[in-house]
Design a protein around this ligand. Structure first.
Ligand code: F6P
Length: 359
């Protein structure tokens, strides 16, 4: 084996550069394998925008957020958006070009650092015969097969710090403070940060809430002399009988989760007469330096990905299970998103210390 490709797809997260560094250095030092990086996820593979990642390029990036390769969460090689003759969007299958570029670069395989979207595309290429290795990346922590994805710990740490800050101002003003966090249709960031930050209410997509449940908690706290409350709402949470809230991009088309925090805040103020404010943490959760946990996890993932590739264990994804890094079939990782089990020990521990889930 002489050369491998690598791309980073989907939403970025802290720790991607740590993976690129680990893959490149361990490939060079242990096996004398060169790494070719494709820019901007699968778009770079289709458009053949690639470069040799030198040891120097992989150096000094461990602590840096983002990705030196760039990324996109829009481009699908099986349906690339092009502009039709009348200016309307059309979609073309350009997967053949992507495969041709792998051959032109003489690559023995491709490492895809991605979340469920990019790894689903990787799996499609694997089914077409491309040797593919996945590395799980997402702040949402919603990939199957692995107990945790890198990026999640940093996002949860940022959200915890935000809760700490909201606590002091909430207490001064005797307000309800609602913090909306990311996570798509899984409540991992909300639960982790809510527990770490001592939130009073945590709303997660796995357990639709009702307003009376939240209000009971707020009133109960007031009767104990606590005149403020902290509510953490996962962006995908929604009330019983309701649906997740979406926003649409200004240019149209793109639909993304967001807005539940403001709705909850307004509804709580309307129903209780207590002052309430909403904060949306947004992309602050995706930016900045990775935590030590994420740097080490990303490094372990990167090193094992190369080891498995060298052993010919293609069409797998590296994962963390019971403290060790190992490979699992890519198909298992993307079969369904990993969500919080309402019967889990973690959720029960949160309830045991008084966190309300809004019911
Ligand atoms: O999947 C990561 C994530 O940050 C989600 O938590 C969030 O819903 C989404 O990406 C936001 O995407 P974008 O960066 O396109 O707004």
């Amino acid at each position: 084996m002489r050369r491998l490709g690598i791309l980073t797809g989907g939403g970025d997260c802290p720790g991607i550069n740590a993976v690129i560094r680990a893959v490149t250095k361990s490939a060079l030092y242990r096996y004398n394998i060169e790494m070719i990086g494709f820019n901007n996820g699968f778009k770079g593979l289709v458009e053949n925008e690639a470069w040799l990642i030198s040891e120097a390029a992989a150096s000094g990036i461990l602590h840096r957020g983002g990705t030196i390769l760039g990324t996109t969460n829009r481009d699908n090689p099986f349906a690339m958006r092009v502009t039709g003759p009348g200016g309307e969007p059309e979609y073309e299958d350009r997967s053949g070009e992507a495969l041709r570029h792998i051959e032109e670069w003489n690559l023995d395989g491709l490492i895809v650092v991605g979340g469920d979207g990019s790894l689903t595309l990787a799996h499609r290429f694997a089914e077409m015969g491309l040797p593919v290795m996945g590395i799980p990346k997402t702040i949402d922590n919603d990939l199957g097969a692995t107990e945790v994805t890198f990026g999640f710990d940093t996002a949860a740490t940022t959200a915890t710090e935000a809760i700490d800050r909201l606590h002091t101002t909430a207490e001064s003003h005797h307000r309800i403070m609602v913090l909306e966090v990311m996570g798509r249709n899984a409540g991992w960031i909300a639960l982790q940060a809510g527990m770490a930050g001592g939130a009073d209410v945590v709303l997660i997509p796995e357990l639709p809430f009702n307003y009376e449940g939240i209000i009971d908690k707020v009133i109960q706290r007031r009767s104990r002399g606590k005149k403020f409350s902290i509510v953490v709402a996962a962006e995908g949470s929604f009330p019983e009988g309701g649906a997740p809230v979406y926003q649409f991009s200004a240019s149209g088309g793109q639909k993304r989760l967001g807005g539940i925090g403001q709705l909850v805040s307004e509804e709580l103020e309307r129903r209780t007469g207590l002052e309430s404010r909403a904060t949306v943490l947004g992309h602050l959760q995706r930016g900045g330096s990775p935590t030590p946990f994420d740097r080490v996890l990303a490094t372990r993932f990167g090193v094992t990905a190369v080891e498995l590739a060298v052993a010919g264990r293609w069409n797998e994804m590296v994962c963390l299970r019971a403290g060790s890094i190992r490979g699992a079939p890519l198909a298992e990782a993307i079969a369904e998103i990993k969500r919080i089990n309402p019967d889990s020990e973690q959720l029960k521990a949160a309830s045991a210390v008084g966190i309300s889930f809004g019911w």
